[in-house]
Write a protein that binds this ligand. Structure first.
Ligand SMILES: [Zn+2]
Length: 180
């Protein structure tokens, strides 16, 4: 339904939520889905929820690491697919979902401030459980834990361009290419 679209005449239906009456016709007030209450002869229009801006199971998301503990990292999700969000969602990455191979410590996979690309593995209990086990996923931008400069990927090692420190990450294949 679009605003102004005719749903029926007043003899057929009472105008319900999201509708209005005009010269005997019931019309939609909003963009949405029409629902007819047959029992009460009433028609209503419920607004369409923009699902694209909410992560769902299987969504590819990009987020910044807020906090790392031994077994999990908390991320602030700011992008779903190609859509940048106005707000953010909080996602949790468990150490068992980092890589197909065994990772003992979360600090070997990501650190505070890193930008990660992940998939939403579960939305149970309104918690966005993330996974970076797929080979296309992982850290896309990382910062040196000593001095805060960007880490460069050299010979499969993450090295600080400033202080030379070498760090471990679960990097995405396009790490450092400016893609998210
Ligand atoms: Zn450094």
């Amino acid at each position: 339904m679009v605003p102004g679209e005719r749903l029926g005449v007043i003899e057929e239906f009472m105008p319900g939520l999201g509708t209005y009456e005009e010269q005997g016709a019931v019309r939609s007030k909003t963009v949405g889905r029409a629902l007819v209450d047959i029992l009460n002869k009433k028609v209503s229009v419920y607004p369409v929820v923009h699902m694209a801006s909410v992560p769902t199971k299987g969504s590819i998301v990009v987020g910044q690491v807020l906090n790392v503990q031994g077994k999990k990292a908390t991320l602030r999700i700011f992008k779903i697919g190609k859509t940048l969000l106005n707000g953010f969602f909080t996602g949790i990455l468990h150490v068992s979902d980092v890589s197909p191979s065994y990772v003992e410590n979360m600090f070997d996979a990501c650190k505070d401030g890193d930008i990660l690309r992940a998939v939403v593995a579960s939305t149970k209990n309104r918690t966005y459980q993330l996974s970076t086990a797929d080979r296309d996923l992982g850290v896309v931008h990382a910062f040196c834990s000593s001095c805060g400069h960007t880490l460069d990927l050299k010979d499969r090692k993450m090295q600080c361009s400033n202080c030379g420190k070498i760090e471990k990450r679960k990097g995405a294949p396009d790490y450092g290419k400016g893609t998210m």
